[in-house]
Design a protein around this ligand. Structure first.
Ligand SMILES: Nc1ncnc2c1ncn2[C@@H]1O[C@H](COP(=O)(O)OP(=O)(O)O)[C@@H](O)[C@H]1O
Ligand SMILES: [Mg+2]
Length: 402
Protein backbone atom coordinates (compact mmCIF):
# COMPACT_ATOMS: atom_id res chain seq x y z
CA UNK A 1 0.00 0.00 0.00
CA UNK A 2 2.83 2.40 0.85
CA UNK A 3 4.45 2.04 -2.59
CA UNK A 4 1.10 2.71 -4.22
CA UNK A 5 0.51 5.79 -2.07
CA UNK A 6 3.87 7.28 -3.04
CA UNK A 7 2.76 7.45 -6.68
CA UNK A 8 -0.16 9.63 -5.69
CA UNK A 9 -0.03 13.39 -5.58
CA UNK A 10 -1.02 14.74 -2.17
CA UNK A 11 -2.55 18.20 -2.05
CA UNK A 12 -1.87 20.01 1.21
CA UNK A 13 -4.67 22.58 1.58
CA UNK A 14 -4.21 25.56 3.91
CA UNK A 15 -4.95 29.22 4.64
CA UNK A 16 -8.51 30.41 3.88
CA UNK A 17 -10.72 32.96 5.59
CA UNK A 18 -10.46 31.74 9.17
CA UNK A 19 -9.08 33.88 12.02
CA UNK A 20 -6.51 31.11 12.43
CA UNK A 21 -5.24 31.60 8.85
CA UNK A 22 -1.62 32.25 9.92
CA UNK A 23 -1.43 29.22 12.21
CA UNK A 24 -2.69 27.12 9.30
CA UNK A 25 0.29 28.28 7.18
CA UNK A 26 2.68 27.08 9.90
CA UNK A 27 0.93 23.70 10.15
CA UNK A 28 0.97 23.27 6.37
CA UNK A 29 4.70 23.97 6.03
CA UNK A 30 5.46 21.27 8.56
CA UNK A 31 3.23 18.76 6.75
CA UNK A 32 4.58 19.64 3.30
CA UNK A 33 8.25 19.34 4.29
CA UNK A 34 7.52 16.17 6.27
CA UNK A 35 5.73 14.49 3.35
CA UNK A 36 8.50 15.49 0.95
CA UNK A 37 11.10 13.92 3.21
CA UNK A 38 9.07 10.73 2.96
CA UNK A 39 9.30 10.99 -0.86
CA UNK A 40 5.63 11.70 -1.41
CA UNK A 41 4.61 13.92 -4.31
CA UNK A 42 3.15 17.04 -2.76
CA UNK A 43 1.34 20.10 -4.09
CA UNK A 44 0.85 23.01 -1.69
CA UNK A 45 -2.63 24.51 -2.19
CA UNK A 46 -3.05 27.85 -0.48
CA UNK A 47 -6.45 29.52 -0.25
CA UNK A 48 -6.03 33.25 0.34
CA UNK A 49 -8.13 35.15 2.88
CA UNK A 50 -10.15 36.45 -0.09
CA UNK A 51 -10.79 32.92 -1.33
CA UNK A 52 -8.33 32.64 -4.26
CA UNK A 53 -6.78 29.22 -4.86
CA UNK A 54 -2.99 29.31 -5.31
CA UNK A 55 -0.88 26.30 -6.21
CA UNK A 56 2.86 25.93 -6.52
CA UNK A 57 5.98 24.32 -5.21
CA UNK A 58 7.19 27.64 -3.71
CA UNK A 59 4.11 27.88 -1.49
CA UNK A 60 5.65 25.07 0.54
CA UNK A 61 8.13 27.50 2.05
CA UNK A 62 7.40 29.92 4.86
CA UNK A 63 9.58 32.56 3.16
CA UNK A 64 6.88 33.53 0.73
CA UNK A 65 4.51 34.26 3.60
CA UNK A 66 6.82 35.97 6.08
CA UNK A 67 8.68 38.12 3.52
CA UNK A 68 6.45 41.12 2.78
CA UNK A 69 8.30 41.77 -0.51
CA UNK A 70 7.29 38.42 -1.97
CA UNK A 71 3.59 38.31 -1.32
CA UNK A 72 1.73 35.47 -2.96
CA UNK A 73 -0.99 37.87 -4.05
CA UNK A 74 1.46 39.92 -6.12
CA UNK A 75 2.40 36.84 -8.11
CA UNK A 76 -1.13 35.62 -8.57
CA UNK A 77 -0.86 35.19 -12.36
CA UNK A 78 1.76 32.59 -11.58
CA UNK A 79 0.08 30.78 -8.70
CA UNK A 80 -3.64 31.18 -9.30
CA UNK A 81 -5.44 28.05 -10.52
CA UNK A 82 -9.06 27.11 -10.97
CA UNK A 83 -10.71 23.80 -10.27
CA UNK A 84 -11.79 21.99 -13.41
CA UNK A 85 -15.24 20.66 -12.54
CA UNK A 86 -15.48 18.60 -15.71
CA UNK A 87 -12.37 16.53 -15.00
CA UNK A 88 -12.61 16.30 -11.22
CA UNK A 89 -13.87 13.04 -9.91
CA UNK A 90 -11.74 10.55 -8.00
CA UNK A 91 -9.14 13.33 -8.25
CA UNK A 92 -9.15 17.13 -8.19
CA UNK A 93 -7.85 18.73 -11.34
CA UNK A 94 -6.53 22.30 -11.18
CA UNK A 95 -5.65 24.41 -14.21
CA UNK A 96 -3.72 27.61 -14.72
CA UNK A 97 -4.96 29.86 -17.52
CA UNK A 98 -3.02 32.03 -19.93
CA UNK A 99 0.28 31.62 -21.70
CA UNK A 100 1.80 29.55 -18.92
CA UNK A 101 -1.11 27.11 -18.81
CA UNK A 102 -0.56 24.07 -16.65
CA UNK A 103 -2.59 21.23 -15.10
CA UNK A 104 -2.10 19.72 -11.64
CA UNK A 105 -4.02 16.66 -10.53
CA UNK A 106 -4.47 15.84 -6.84
CA UNK A 107 -5.28 12.27 -5.71
CA UNK A 108 -5.41 12.64 -1.94
CA UNK A 109 -6.14 15.72 0.18
CA UNK A 110 -4.37 16.68 3.37
CA UNK A 111 -6.28 19.62 4.88
CA UNK A 112 -4.22 21.82 7.20
CA UNK A 113 -6.82 24.41 8.13
CA UNK A 114 -7.72 25.66 11.59
CA UNK A 115 -11.11 27.04 12.48
CA UNK A 116 -13.92 28.01 10.13
CA UNK A 117 -13.66 27.46 6.36
CA UNK A 118 -11.63 24.29 6.57
CA UNK A 119 -11.54 22.58 9.95
CA UNK A 120 -15.33 22.71 10.22
CA UNK A 121 -16.47 20.23 7.57
CA UNK A 122 -16.71 22.70 4.71
CA UNK A 123 -13.66 21.60 2.69
CA UNK A 124 -14.30 17.98 3.73
CA UNK A 125 -17.65 18.28 1.95
CA UNK A 126 -15.83 19.31 -1.20
CA UNK A 127 -13.50 16.30 -0.99
CA UNK A 128 -16.53 14.04 -0.54
CA UNK A 129 -18.25 15.54 -3.59
CA UNK A 130 -15.16 15.00 -5.73
CA UNK A 131 -14.71 11.49 -4.37
CA UNK A 132 -11.13 11.82 -3.17
CA UNK A 133 -9.59 10.38 -0.01
CA UNK A 134 -8.64 12.96 2.61
CA UNK A 135 -6.81 13.02 5.91
CA UNK A 136 -8.67 13.54 9.17
CA UNK A 137 -12.23 13.93 10.35
CA UNK A 138 -15.24 13.80 8.05
CA UNK A 139 -18.01 16.36 7.52
CA UNK A 140 -20.31 15.72 10.52
CA UNK A 141 -17.56 15.13 13.08
CA UNK A 142 -15.71 18.27 11.99
CA UNK A 143 -18.91 20.33 12.04
CA UNK A 144 -19.90 19.13 15.51
CA UNK A 145 -16.40 19.67 16.89
CA UNK A 146 -16.37 23.20 15.52
CA UNK A 147 -19.49 24.08 17.52
CA UNK A 148 -18.70 24.06 21.24
CA UNK A 149 -22.40 23.89 22.19
CA UNK A 150 -23.17 20.96 19.87
CA UNK A 151 -20.10 19.13 21.21
CA UNK A 152 -21.31 19.58 24.77
CA UNK A 153 -24.78 18.36 23.82
CA UNK A 154 -23.17 15.19 22.46
CA UNK A 155 -21.35 14.79 25.80
CA UNK A 156 -24.62 15.15 27.69
CA UNK A 157 -26.35 12.47 25.67
CA UNK A 158 -23.49 10.05 26.31
CA UNK A 159 -22.92 10.93 29.98
CA UNK A 160 -19.44 12.34 29.41
CA UNK A 161 -18.64 14.78 32.22
CA UNK A 162 -18.76 18.39 31.07
CA UNK A 163 -19.47 21.74 32.74
CA UNK A 164 -23.02 23.00 33.03
CA UNK A 165 -23.90 25.41 30.23
CA UNK A 166 -26.48 27.36 28.32
CA UNK A 167 -26.33 28.65 24.74
CA UNK A 168 -28.26 31.10 22.67
CA UNK A 169 -28.41 32.66 19.20
CA UNK A 170 -28.05 36.33 18.28
CA UNK A 171 -31.75 36.60 17.49
CA UNK A 172 -32.63 35.30 21.01
CA UNK A 173 -30.45 38.07 22.48
CA UNK A 174 -31.98 40.74 20.30
CA UNK A 175 -35.50 39.57 21.18
CA UNK A 176 -35.10 39.16 24.96
CA UNK A 177 -31.68 39.70 26.49
CA UNK A 178 -33.05 39.89 30.03
CA UNK A 179 -34.30 36.32 30.01
CA UNK A 180 -30.85 35.11 28.87
CA UNK A 181 -29.18 37.02 31.70
CA UNK A 182 -31.74 35.62 34.16
CA UNK A 183 -31.10 32.10 32.92
CA UNK A 184 -27.34 32.54 33.47
CA UNK A 185 -27.99 34.02 36.93
CA UNK A 186 -30.43 31.30 37.97
CA UNK A 187 -28.96 28.19 36.34
CA UNK A 188 -25.19 28.62 36.50
CA UNK A 189 -22.62 28.95 39.27
CA UNK A 190 -20.12 31.86 39.09
CA UNK A 191 -17.58 32.48 37.70
CA UNK A 192 -18.84 31.78 34.20
CA UNK A 193 -17.05 31.57 30.86
CA UNK A 194 -18.51 33.23 27.79
CA UNK A 195 -17.52 31.75 24.42
CA UNK A 196 -18.43 32.28 20.77
CA UNK A 197 -19.22 28.65 19.85
CA UNK A 198 -17.40 28.48 16.52
CA UNK A 199 -14.10 30.18 17.26
CA UNK A 200 -10.83 28.81 18.56
CA UNK A 201 -7.56 30.23 19.89
CA UNK A 202 -9.44 31.82 22.83
CA UNK A 203 -10.77 34.61 20.59
CA UNK A 204 -13.77 36.35 22.18
CA UNK A 205 -13.61 34.13 25.32
CA UNK A 206 -13.92 35.78 28.73
CA UNK A 207 -14.24 34.85 32.37
CA UNK A 208 -16.91 36.78 34.28
CA UNK A 209 -16.61 36.83 38.06
CA UNK A 210 -18.82 37.44 41.08
CA UNK A 211 -22.21 38.14 39.56
CA UNK A 212 -20.81 41.14 37.70
CA UNK A 213 -23.84 41.60 35.46
CA UNK A 214 -22.45 44.68 33.73
CA UNK A 215 -19.32 42.83 32.70
CA UNK A 216 -21.42 39.81 31.73
CA UNK A 217 -23.53 41.90 29.37
CA UNK A 218 -20.42 43.45 27.85
CA UNK A 219 -18.76 40.05 27.35
CA UNK A 220 -21.88 38.62 25.76
CA UNK A 221 -21.96 41.55 23.34
CA UNK A 222 -18.28 40.97 22.49
CA UNK A 223 -18.90 37.26 21.89
CA UNK A 224 -21.88 38.11 19.67
CA UNK A 225 -19.63 40.38 17.69
CA UNK A 226 -17.63 37.29 16.68
CA UNK A 227 -20.37 34.72 16.32
CA UNK A 228 -24.15 34.36 16.05
CA UNK A 229 -24.21 31.58 18.67
CA UNK A 230 -22.78 31.95 22.17
CA UNK A 231 -22.11 29.50 24.97
CA UNK A 232 -21.99 30.35 28.67
CA UNK A 233 -20.67 27.72 31.06
CA UNK A 234 -19.65 27.28 34.67
CA UNK A 235 -15.99 27.92 35.41
CA UNK A 236 -13.75 25.14 36.68
CA UNK A 237 -11.77 26.16 39.77
CA UNK A 238 -8.19 25.10 40.55
CA UNK A 239 -7.79 24.59 36.86
CA UNK A 240 -5.36 22.40 35.00
CA UNK A 241 -5.72 22.46 31.18
CA UNK A 242 -5.22 18.90 29.97
CA UNK A 243 -4.94 17.69 26.39
CA UNK A 244 -4.97 14.23 24.82
CA UNK A 245 -4.40 13.52 21.14
CA UNK A 246 -5.97 10.54 19.42
CA UNK A 247 -4.93 8.93 16.17
CA UNK A 248 -6.68 6.14 14.28
CA UNK A 249 -9.98 5.07 12.75
CA UNK A 250 -12.55 3.69 15.18
CA UNK A 251 -12.98 0.51 13.09
CA UNK A 252 -9.30 -0.43 13.24
CA UNK A 253 -8.19 0.88 16.64
CA UNK A 254 -7.30 4.13 18.36
CA UNK A 255 -4.09 5.27 20.00
CA UNK A 256 -4.05 7.92 22.73
CA UNK A 257 -1.02 10.17 23.28
CA UNK A 258 0.42 11.00 26.68
CA UNK A 259 -1.48 13.78 28.42
CA UNK A 260 -0.23 17.33 28.15
CA UNK A 261 -0.67 19.93 30.86
CA UNK A 262 -0.56 23.56 29.72
CA UNK A 263 0.64 26.04 32.29
CA UNK A 264 -0.25 29.71 31.83
CA UNK A 265 -0.27 32.83 33.93
CA UNK A 266 -3.52 34.59 33.00
CA UNK A 267 -7.16 33.73 33.71
CA UNK A 268 -7.34 31.53 30.69
CA UNK A 269 -5.06 29.92 28.16
CA UNK A 270 -5.22 32.87 25.76
CA UNK A 271 -4.03 33.64 22.23
CA UNK A 272 -0.76 35.15 23.42
CA UNK A 273 0.15 32.17 25.59
CA UNK A 274 -0.91 29.76 22.85
CA UNK A 275 0.99 31.21 19.93
CA UNK A 276 3.24 34.14 20.83
CA UNK A 277 4.95 33.71 24.21
CA UNK A 278 8.23 31.81 23.83
CA UNK A 279 7.19 30.64 20.37
CA UNK A 280 3.77 29.38 21.39
CA UNK A 281 2.55 26.62 23.68
CA UNK A 282 -0.04 25.43 21.15
CA UNK A 283 2.73 25.07 18.58
CA UNK A 284 4.65 22.93 21.04
CA UNK A 285 7.45 25.49 21.35
CA UNK A 286 7.01 27.21 24.72
CA UNK A 287 8.74 24.51 26.69
CA UNK A 288 8.07 26.25 30.01
CA UNK A 289 4.36 26.27 29.32
CA UNK A 290 4.00 22.55 28.78
CA UNK A 291 4.31 19.59 31.10
CA UNK A 292 4.35 16.17 29.43
CA UNK A 293 3.13 13.89 30.83
CA UNK A 294 0.64 15.97 32.84
CA UNK A 295 1.08 15.82 36.62
CA UNK A 296 -1.81 13.43 37.22
CA UNK A 297 -1.87 10.02 38.84
CA UNK A 298 -2.09 6.86 36.73
CA UNK A 299 -5.76 6.30 37.38
CA UNK A 300 -6.86 9.80 36.35
CA UNK A 301 -4.50 9.67 33.35
CA UNK A 302 -6.04 6.45 32.15
CA UNK A 303 -9.58 7.69 32.73
CA UNK A 304 -8.91 10.82 30.70
CA UNK A 305 -7.27 8.86 27.88
CA UNK A 306 -10.22 6.46 27.75
CA UNK A 307 -12.71 9.35 27.79
CA UNK A 308 -10.78 11.02 24.95
CA UNK A 309 -11.15 7.84 22.89
CA UNK A 310 -14.85 7.67 23.75
CA UNK A 311 -15.37 11.30 22.72
CA UNK A 312 -13.52 10.62 19.46
CA UNK A 313 -15.80 7.68 18.70
CA UNK A 314 -19.02 9.45 19.70
CA UNK A 315 -18.30 12.39 17.42
CA UNK A 316 -17.33 9.98 14.62
CA UNK A 317 -13.79 11.35 14.28
CA UNK A 318 -11.23 9.68 12.04
CA UNK A 319 -7.52 10.11 11.37
CA UNK A 320 -6.59 12.51 14.14
CA UNK A 321 -8.17 14.83 16.70
CA UNK A 322 -7.24 16.51 19.94
CA UNK A 323 -9.57 16.27 22.91
CA UNK A 324 -9.19 18.91 25.64
CA UNK A 325 -10.17 18.65 29.28
CA UNK A 326 -10.54 21.01 32.21
CA UNK A 327 -9.31 19.41 35.42
CA UNK A 328 -10.16 20.63 38.92
CA UNK A 329 -7.00 19.82 40.88
CA UNK A 330 -8.66 20.11 44.26
CA UNK A 331 -11.79 18.08 43.55
CA UNK A 332 -9.72 15.74 41.28
CA UNK A 333 -12.53 15.92 38.73
CA UNK A 334 -12.22 16.32 34.98
CA UNK A 335 -14.64 17.84 32.48
CA UNK A 336 -14.50 17.28 28.73
CA UNK A 337 -14.06 20.62 27.04
CA UNK A 338 -13.57 20.88 23.30
CA UNK A 339 -12.41 18.78 20.36
CA UNK A 340 -10.00 20.03 17.70
CA UNK A 341 -10.30 17.94 14.53
CA UNK A 342 -7.09 19.45 13.14
CA UNK A 343 -4.73 20.33 15.97
CA UNK A 344 -2.08 22.99 15.15
CA UNK A 345 1.11 21.41 13.77
CA UNK A 346 -0.77 18.09 14.27
CA UNK A 347 0.45 18.40 17.85
CA UNK A 348 3.58 16.62 16.70
CA UNK A 349 5.48 17.66 19.87
CA UNK A 350 3.05 15.63 21.97
CA UNK A 351 3.26 12.66 19.61
CA UNK A 352 7.05 12.89 19.69
CA UNK A 353 6.97 12.80 23.48
CA UNK A 354 4.61 9.82 23.18
CA UNK A 355 7.10 7.95 20.98
CA UNK A 356 5.65 8.78 17.54
CA UNK A 357 7.99 10.77 15.27
CA UNK A 358 6.59 13.22 12.68
CA UNK A 359 7.36 10.94 9.71
CA UNK A 360 5.52 8.03 11.34
CA UNK A 361 2.60 10.34 12.18
CA UNK A 362 2.31 11.62 8.60
CA UNK A 363 2.64 8.17 7.10
CA UNK A 364 -0.02 6.83 9.44
CA UNK A 365 -2.41 9.69 8.61
CA UNK A 366 -2.08 9.14 4.86
CA UNK A 367 -2.65 5.42 5.36
CA UNK A 368 -5.69 6.05 7.56
CA UNK A 369 -7.15 8.39 4.92
CA UNK A 370 -6.87 5.69 2.29
CA UNK A 371 -8.30 3.05 4.64
CA UNK A 372 -11.30 5.24 5.48
CA UNK A 373 -11.91 6.00 1.81
CA UNK A 374 -11.87 2.31 0.84
CA UNK A 375 -14.14 1.43 3.72
CA UNK A 376 -16.61 4.15 2.78
CA UNK A 377 -16.69 3.05 -0.85
CA UNK A 378 -17.42 -0.52 0.19
CA UNK A 379 -20.75 0.68 1.61
CA UNK A 380 -23.44 0.88 -1.01
CA UNK A 381 -25.06 4.29 -0.95
CA UNK A 382 -27.01 3.87 -4.19
CA UNK A 383 -30.65 2.99 -4.10
CA UNK A 384 -32.59 2.14 -7.21
CA UNK A 385 -36.00 3.66 -7.11
CA UNK A 386 -38.91 3.36 -9.49
CA UNK A 387 -40.49 6.67 -8.53
CA UNK A 388 -39.67 8.46 -11.78
CA UNK A 389 -40.72 5.54 -13.96
CA UNK A 390 -44.00 5.28 -12.07
CA UNK A 391 -44.69 8.99 -12.34
CA UNK A 392 -44.11 8.85 -16.08
CA UNK A 393 -46.37 5.86 -16.62
CA UNK A 394 -49.11 7.48 -14.49
CA UNK A 395 -48.90 10.57 -16.71
CA UNK A 396 -49.12 8.41 -19.84
CA UNK A 397 -52.13 6.52 -18.48
CA UNK A 398 -54.02 9.66 -17.57
CA UNK A 399 -53.30 11.05 -21.05
CA UNK A 400 -54.68 7.87 -22.60
CA UNK A 401 -57.89 8.22 -20.57
CA UNK A 402 -58.50 11.78 -21.75
N1 LIG B 1 -15.34 26.38 32.07
C1 LIG B 1 -14.08 26.81 32.18
N2 LIG B 1 -13.48 26.89 33.39
C2 LIG B 1 -12.21 27.32 33.52
N3 LIG B 1 -11.43 27.69 32.49
C3 LIG B 1 -11.96 27.63 31.25
C4 LIG B 1 -13.30 27.17 31.03
N4 LIG B 1 -13.55 27.22 29.71
C5 LIG B 1 -12.41 27.65 29.14
N5 LIG B 1 -11.46 27.92 30.04
C6 LIG B 1 -10.10 28.42 29.76
O1 LIG B 1 -10.12 29.10 28.50
C7 LIG B 1 -9.30 28.42 27.54
C8 LIG B 1 -9.91 28.52 26.16
O2 LIG B 1 -11.19 27.89 26.15
P1 LIG B 1 -11.58 26.78 25.08
O3 LIG B 1 -12.96 26.33 25.35
O4 LIG B 1 -10.54 25.74 25.09
O5 LIG B 1 -11.58 27.59 23.71
P2 LIG B 1 -10.57 27.67 22.47
O6 LIG B 1 -11.28 27.01 21.36
O7 LIG B 1 -10.43 29.10 22.21
O8 LIG B 1 -9.30 26.98 22.85
C9 LIG B 1 -9.17 27.03 28.08
O9 LIG B 1 -8.00 26.41 27.61
C10 LIG B 1 -9.13 27.28 29.59
O10 LIG B 1 -7.85 27.73 30.01
MG1 LIG C 1 -9.02 25.16 23.75
Amino acid sequence: MEQELRKKNIGVFFGSGSPEHDVSIITAQLIISGLKKLNYQVTPIYITKQGRWMLGEELGSLKLFSDPGAKVEQEKRFYEYYLDLEESFGKMVFRRKGLMSRTISVDLAFPAFHGSYGEDGTIQGLFEMFGIPYVGCDVPSSAIAMDKALTKQMYQVHNIPTTKFIYFFKQDWERDRQSIINQIKNDLRWPVFVKPVHLGSSIGIAKVKDQDLKDLEFRLEVALHYDNKVLVEEGVENLMDVTCCIIGNSETGLKASLLQESVFSSDLFDFEEKYLKEGGAQLGKAQNGLVIPARLNDQVTEEIQETAKQVYKILGCSGIARVDFLFDKQAQKFFSNEVNPLPGTLYNHLWKASGVELDQLLQELVKLAEEKYKQKRSVNFTFESNILKQLNSQKLNSKKLQ
